[in-house]
Design a protein around this ligand. Structure first.
Ligand SMILES: NC(=O)c1ccc[n+]([C@@H]2O[C@H](COP(=O)([O-])OP(=O)(O)OC[C@H]3O[C@@H](n4cnc5c(N)ncnc54)[C@H](OP(=O)(O)O)[C@@H]3O)[C@@H](O)[C@H]2O)c1
Length: 325
């Protein structure tokens, strides 16, 4: 089969087409003929050499896909051959075929095409577990989503809004801020021109927000803690501006804050399967009736994976980038 491999750590040019054997589905796995594969920032980190695949995972990039089941491993009764699925994988999505653990498969929601379905798993699994498991979000609470216009951010704004939260977001440009407000943010904050701490405090009558989903880290840590309300939760899902930061512990005590975070990829199949079940029950109906919709900024052929990564690194995209076969 055709696939895209990372020849050595480096720039987008290190993504090269190659030929690999079609994977054999193991026990509890299905083989999917990949119609489309989502591009995520962790793929860029892997390509740069900063995010190695966990033990046992494919060395090929690609954490999510949509396609058709063409073979089943031992012990698999469902999904059926020919069924359209989208799936979270721990690698190997940038290829014509990929083996997927059954618990990580979900049906392609009614009304979505393969490109849209391929744009779902990585951000929907990540956002769901961080907003609701780690972040303990409840309807009526306030949420600040950093990086609101990217794949994770656009999913977080939509899901938090759909589940009854008041959502604020940060983004770099006026165009990106307008997008965040179109998809459910009550107010987007242009972080280069405005101080998100001051804006959030003003919008909440000085109370602060109940939850912050942050991928920036570094100097944002102290500012995030200042922007949180009493009993607020900060959920860290990436550290684009630095993994080390000083914690104002006084604020943690006085406001009884929770600082938590997670990474999705190293979790077990059972843990990912539990998130898939929650998504199937609570979120897939909202995709099927149009209340939620992934926003796809651009598609590229599998051979153009390097161009797709260059676009992601430019941060010119709004929403998701998807590769098609
Ligand atoms: N923990 C997990 O399980 C998990 C899972 C998936 C992804 N992630 C992480 O989540 C992040 C987003 O992933 P993604 O696939 O959604 O990427 P993405 O589509 O590229 O979105 C990232 C957004 O962050 C903003 N940004 C970039 N650099 C920034 C900076 N220095 N300060 C503030 N904002 C910045 C950009 O928007 P602006 O132009 O507005 O700055 C960009 O749209 C990545 O860091 C990724 O590694 C974590």
């Amino acid at each position: 089969m055709k696939a895209i491999e990372i020849t050595e750590p480096g720039g987008p040019g290190m993504l090269r087409p190659c030929t690999r054997p079609v994977p054999e589905p193991g026990a509890g796995e299905v083989l999917v003929r990949v119609a489309a594969a989502g591009v995520n920032f962790p793929d860029v980190a892997q390509r740069r050499g900063n995010y190695p695949p966990p033990p046992g995972a494919s060395d090929l990039p690609g954490l999510e896909l949509a396609g058709v089941v063409v073979a089943r491993g031992p012990g698999v009764a469902a999904p059926a051959l020919g069924e359209a699925v989208c799936a979270l994988v721990s690698g190997g999505g940038y290829a014509e075929y990929c083996s997927v653990p059954v618990p990580q498969c979900l049906p392609v929601p009614d009304g979505l095409d393969m490109v849209e379905a391929a744009a779902l798993p990585e951000t929907f699994f990540t956002v769901w577990t961080n907003l609701f498991d780690g972040g303990r979000l409840r309807a009526g609470e306030t949420v600040l989503v950093h990086g609101g216009s990217g794949g994770i951010g656009s999913t977080a704004i939509q899901i938090a809004h759909a589940f009854g939260a008041r959502v604020f977001a940060t983004a770099r440009t006026a165009e990106k801020c307008a997008f965040c407000e179109q998809i459910g943010a009550e107010r987007a904050i242009a972080y280069r021109d405005e101080d998100f701490v001051a804006v959030v405090r003003e919008l909440t009558e000085k109370r602060g927000v109940d939850l912050i989903l942050d991928m920036v880290g570094g100097a944002y840590l102290a500012r995030n803690l200042r922007a949180l309300a009493v009993e607020g939760r900060l959920v860290q899902i990436a550290v684009m501006e630095g993994a080390e930061a000083a914690i104002p512990l006084g604020l943690v005590m006085v406001k009884r804050l929770t600082l938590t975070g997670s990474t999705l990829r190293p979790r077990t199949v059972a843990q990912k399967g539990a998130i898939a079940e929650a998504l199937r029950e609570r979120v897939w109906p909202l995709l099927a009736d149009g209340r939620l919709r992934p926003v796809v900024h651009a598609t590229f052929g599998l051979d153009e994976a390097a161009e797709a990564h260059a676009l992601m690194e430019s941060s010119a995209h709004i929403g998701k980038i998807v590769l098609t076969n």
